[in-house]
Design a protein around this ligand. Structure first.
Ligand SMILES: Nc1ncnc2c1ncn2[C@@H]1O[C@H](COP(=O)(O)OP(=O)(O)OP(=O)(O)O)[C@@H](O)[C@H]1O
Length: 450
């Protein structure tokens, strides 16, 4: 990650040890042993995090000089997060540092994992302070649940922690993954998405780890795997719960060693990716060792983000409706219309088993097929949403009749939308019904921007 960490310690050995530990993890790690050089260094750029030795001058252990440096750091226009270090487990001094604005403190000799965790947390807090609601602009919703989700994303994004996103079909897990990447220090790198459920076991290693020319019949040239292609960025492993156990073992080895060996290569290659994974598997299934290896789970779910289903944040429905109805009305050049009060009532009460994806498809359908002055509940074509009530206009027009003025492209969209809605957003079932592979369905979803 491209965070800038400064180690301010008069003991050059200590500073170097910390630098060696941290520079593999953070973009820039500088050391400074003479505090007189601090103003000049700050003039060149303020670090994100400073590890500040409080007992700075040898022989002086009251911490006065360290605290003065802390004040100087805190006085910067965009002050760094400061983690105070003390060799003496000097609690009063550490407390004084916390009072003066240090975010955390650790004692020397430090525990490596604790030090890294403290830096990650400091970075997360800084990001959260930048304002969680400004984060994740694509994720719409102002309900308490969505605000909490966005705050969590903003807090977690700048850390290097692997994140597992859980939630039902169509709740927005991929959007969450994209938001995490966009707000992370890897944002300048790529976010590469891999549908783990659609990856055939036979090509699993080649796809993920790459291969060398001639290593098998079809290996006509060297090929980088997804791990190499995402270097410096994030790898989004979608549908992780659908991975066969054998593939899980291979993925685990790569994550444990933090290196992959392309097929036919004699040397492993170090990996530099952050893993964001997602699944719609229920947690009871995910925690079943017969379904998912606990050791792999442990590697992937450092942070778990649960995306709540739409029925648990119904306040977001009007906003999402208005967004998608407007978007599709523009796209299909249809007039802007309101949702009738009765339709709104039905849409608010609907269970939305396919979540936001289903809502989006329902809006598209309503825009294409709706005939009344306002949108009626029946225009949204929700399975089991109940009868059309008094206020609402005509019954749902027959698809065949409406299809005559639709383009082939729009028909394809409509077929995909109704298959997804029929199976509550379940990609595997929808693909089966449409007679195409899951991978092909994903491509079509991308093509239609669904
Ligand atoms: N909060 C939201 N705001 C706006 N659009 C959303 C939101 N959540 C989901 N969507 C839209 O719903 C659709 C499904 O979202 P996404 O692909 O992220 O869901 P998912 O949980 O990854 O689905 P699946 O489990 O089926 O892969 C996308 O079109 C996405 O843009």
């Amino acid at each position: 990650m491209s965070a800038y960490v400064l180690i301010l310690d008069d003991d050059a050995d200590v500073a170097t040890a910390a630098q060696l530990l941290l520079r593999r993890r953070y973009g820039k790690v500088a050391t400074l042993c003479d505090p007189a050089g601090l103003p000049a260094l700050l003039a060149q750029g303020v670090p994100d995090v400073v590890l500040l030795d409080l007992n700075f001058t040898p022989g002086f252990i009251d911490g006065a000089e360290g605290l003065a440096l802390l004040d100087l750091l805190r006085a910067q226009p965009q002050p760094p997060a400061v983690i105070a270090m003390t060799a003496y487990a000097d609690v009063p001094l550490a407390v004084e540092a916390l009072k003066r604005g240090a975010g955390d403190f650790i004692t020397k000799p430090w525990d490596n994992a604790r030090l890294v965790a403290a830096i990650d947390q400091a970075l997360a807090r800084r990001a959260a302070l930048r304002g969680p609601t400004a984060a994740a602009p694509d994720l719409m919703g102002e309900s308490a649940a969505m605000r909490e989700l966005k705050a969590l994303i903003a807090g977690v994004a700048p850390t290097e922690a692997n994140v597992m996103v859980l939630g039902e079909n169509g709740v927005g897990k991929e959007l969450v993954a994209r938001a995490i990447h966009a707000l992370s220090r890897r944002a300048a790198g790529t976010l590469l998405a891999v549908d783990m459920g659609a990856l055939p076991e036979s090509t699993f290693e080649s796809e993920l780890f790459g291969h060398r020319k001639g290593s098998f019949t079809d290996a006509k040239a060297d090929r980088a795997g997804r791990f190499q292609a995402a270097r410096g960025g994030s790898l989004f492993l979608d549908e992780i719960g659908n991975m066969p156990l054998a593939a899980q073992a291979k993925l685990l080895t790569a994550l444990e060693r933090r290196e992959v060996t392309p097929i036919g290569a004699d040397k492993p290659e170090a990996i530099d990716v952050r893993i964001i994974s997602a699944t719609n598997l229920e947690e009871t299934r995910l925690f079943d060792p017969a379904v998912f290896r606990p050791d792999l789970l442990f590697r992937l779910n450092t942070i778990v983000i649960r995306v709540p289903p739409l029925r648990e944040r119904r306040e977001d429905i009007p906003l999402l409706l208005s967004h998608y109805l407007t978007q599709y009305a523009l796209q299909y050049e249809r007039p802007a219309r309101n949702v009738s009060p009765a339709a709104m009532d039905g849409l608010l009460r609907y269970e939305w088993p396919g979540n936001v994806r289903a809502l989006r498809h329902a809006c598209e359908r309503a825009v294409i097929l709706g005939q009344g002055a306002d949108y009626a509940l029946s225009d949204f074509g929700l399975p089991g949403s109940g009868a059309v009530d008094g206020d609402d206009a005509a019954p749902i027009p027959a698809r065949a009749a409406a299809a005559s003025d639709m383009t082939l492209d729009a028909l394809e969209r409509e077929a995909i939308a109704s298959a997804l809605s029929q199976f509550n957003g379940n990609i595997s079932h929808a693909a089966k019904t449409l007679g195409i592979s899951r991978a092909a369905l994903y491509r079509k979803l991308g093509k239609h921007g669904i």
